[in-house]
Design a protein around this ligand. Structure first.
Ligand code: E4P
Length: 217
């Protein structure tokens, strides 16, 4: 399973990248706004900075909701760097845009996916990635991980090439469960990635080893 970080924060991207396990980055308009980035030039520059930092796929989301607007934005975004993947919302014009991008050799990430039906449409349109939002499904009282299992089964049976990119990750256990369910990619906040490191027995064991090491140092 590939690891992406889900943020537009450069310090966090740097920290995750330095672990040596990072395969890409996903952003969205909320994450960009959180970093205080304003205006098209600043947005483009921010994506360029991320692309220069991480050698992997970088999802950059369109903000238009009509076909022509999404195509125009996507064409500009892919000029930034060869690793840019155009993130497109799961709406009717979004599906048309994904199909157009696919036919024109531009890779896409279909975002805001909450059902198997939506994920089938994204795959049929040729999306490179489909992003089911696990945490938001859990937040609304449903089981996000069920959707990952369902998509894995459907995509495998149907031979769809679209990669399942589990998104809206809330904790380290989500990452483990996504790996178990066969997600191709998990995009995570830095805290959830670092949470995978933690185990109290590791801390206790290391403290003891270091204590004993003093005996022969
Ligand atoms: C996916 O690409 C989204 O950016 C993200 O995972 C949404 O997560 P949230 O539900 O924590 O906002």
């Amino acid at each position: 399973m590939k690891f992406f970080i889900d943020t537009a924060n450069l310090a966090q991207i740097k920290e995750a990248n330095e672990l040596g396990i990072l395969d890409g980055v996903t952003t969205n308009p909320s994450l960009m706004a959180k970093e205080g980035i304003k205006g098209e030039a600043a947005v483009m520059q921010h994506y360029k900075t991320i692309c220069d930092m991480v050698d992997g796929d970088i999802s950059a989301e369109v903000i238009s909701t009509d076909f022509d607007g999404m195509i125009a934005e996507g064409k500009k975004l892919v000029q930034i760097h060869k690793n840019i993947v155009v993130k497109v919302p799961m709406i009717k014009d979004g599906i048309k845009a994904i199909k157009w991008f696919t036919d024109n050799g531009i890779r896409t990430n279909c975002t805001l996916v909450f059902s198997a039906g939506q994920a089938i449409l994204a795959a049929k349109a040729g999306a490179s990635y489909v992003s089911p939002f696990i945490g938001r499904i859990d937040d609304s009282g449903w089981d996000g991980m069920e959707l990952i299992h369902q998509l894995r089964q459907i995509y495998s049976i149907q031979g769809y090439k679209t990669e399942i990119l589990a998104a809206s990750i809330r904790n380290p256990n989500h990452i483990i469960k996504c790996a178990e369910a066969g997600a191709d990619v998990c995009t995570c906040p830095l805290d959830s990635i670092l949470g995978l490191l933690k185990h109290p027995l590791t801390d206790i064991g290391l403290a003891k080893f270091l204590e004993d090491a003093k005996k022969f140092a």
